[in-house]
Design a protein around this ligand. Structure first.
Ligand SMILES: Cc1cc2nc3c(=O)[nH]c(=O)nc-3n(C[C@H](O)[C@H](O)[C@H](O)COP(=O)(O)OP(=O)(O)OC[C@H]3O[C@@H](n4cnc5c(N)ncnc54)[C@H](O)[C@@H]3O)c2cc1C
Length: 348
């Protein structure tokens, strides 16, 4: 990247807030870039692809996976530049007032920035068993993409928190057998989840940890798990078809710590801003879970409002005589051609 690749707005993070920011900044005719660390857009909704989301205004219940599909389609409406697999490590500003985003592949230059990094970069905590990575291509899972994959299988779940117990409950009626192992003597989740689990056919192993994965003959697939009880010292070998691990997430939240700018931070992590999504820095805005202010709504619906506010402020920063807000979409010329096509499809 050179300084000639200067964008009006660069959005860090491609979750719900980043995607709606990209849509809205396209609507406001700004040259837009989204930078996302993960290989795909969608943010932390990827953690719950099969959960149903009911609380997005005007939208019927939608699965996380379908929501992502729609949000990505909307986010890319105006063809923003999308950079995936790219971690922004710090935000600085040069003497000309241009923001410089340091990333793995070099520096991204931008007139304004929207920080939409949610809870930071999430990576699942891995099983601390040497060599376990090779099973990630076969039957060791750190997320549940599809419950149906486990139909008729024997599944071992490791973890005692909300996600692990929720998966165990969901899989009970789909899998043939479900085991769950938990380090403590009780689950660390909402009591209704724990009660449902204890009354189910799921076999719970407390005080227990997976200490080894025994492969089948070809060496690529887990055939048995070695389960050790650290109270009694008992070791069990359980034949399994799949292993699901949910030990929580490692969070990389270093972006703002590394930045030398005077960005006001709340609770050691969040961008302390206002209801217009402004931060303490001119030209730098925040949207979604990373933004904190008095009226903050920590829902996807709240991220949309933050995003539109951030973009409107960015637009005025780049072009001070611009309208304060975009015209509504229902009679906006930007959509004229697209509407003709859509109406044709609808009425044909
Ligand atoms: C299990 C679960 C269920 C939920 N259910 C609902 C629900 O029913 N309804 C609802 O409204 N909300 C729900 N939420 C909350 C909702 O998912 C979040 O509010 C929403 O995802 C926030 O969007 P965001 O874009 O701010 O952040 P995120 O979705 O966290 O996206 C941030 C993105 O930024 C990227 N990123 C972070 N740091 C960097 C960096 N340095 N460089 C590049 N990229 C970076 C991340 O990889 C990520 O993709 C749920 C959350 C969870 C965990």
């Amino acid at each position: 990247m050179t300084r000639d690749d200067l964008f009006d707005v660069t959005i860090i993070g491609g979750g719900p807030a980043g995607l709606f920011s990209a849509f809205y900044s396209g609507l406001r005719e700004m040259k837009t870039k989204i930078i996302e660390y993960q290989p795909q857009l969608g943010g932390k909704v990827h953690v719950y692809p099969e959960k149903m989301i009911w609380d997005i205004g005007g939208m019927p219940p939608v699965s996380g996976a379908d929501y992502i599909k729609q949000a990505v389609e909307q986010g890319l409406t105006f063809n923003p530049e999308v950079v995936l697999n790219e971690k922004v490590t710090s935000i600085n500003r040069n003497d000309d007032g241009i923001y410089e985003l340091q990333a793995d592949s070099g520096i991204h230059y931008s007139k304004t920035v929207i920080v939409a990094v949610g809870s930071g970069i999430l990576n699942p905590k891995k099983l601390p068993i040497p060599g376990s990575e090779k099973f990630e291509n076969t039957n060791l899972h750190y997320s549940v993409e599809s419950l149906q994959h486990f139909k008729g299988k024997t599944v071992m779940i490791s973890g005692g928190g909300s996600s692990a117990t929720d998966w165990a409950n969901e899989l009970e009626s789909i899998a043939d057998r479900v085991f769950i192992s938990c380090r403590k003597n009780n689950f660390d989740c909402h009591e209704s989840l724990a009660t449902r689990l204890k009354n189910s056919s799921v076999v719970c192993f407390f005080h227990s940890t997976i200490t080894d994965l025994v492969p089948d003959e070809d060496g690529n697939t887990i055939n048995k798990v070695e389960l050790s009880n650290h109270e009694t010292g008992a070791v069990n070998y359980l034949p399994v078809d799949d292993v699901i691990v949910n030990h929580g997430y490692e969070r990389d939240t270093t972006l703002l710590e590394n930045s030398e700018l005077d960005i006001e931070i709340a609770d050691n992590y969040f961008v302390s801003g206002n209801a217009n999504s402004e931060s303490s820095m001119d030209g730098l805005y925040a949207a979604g879970d990373i933004l904190m202010h008095n009226g903050k709504l920590n829902l996807i619906a709240g991220a949309f409002q933050d995003a539109a506010n951030a973009v409107n402020k960015a637009k005025q920063y780049v072009q001070p005589d611009a309208e304060k807000a975009a015209m509504v979409s229902s009679h906006n010329d930007v959509f004229k051609k697209r509407n003709e096509k859509l109406k044709k499809q609808m009425f044909e």
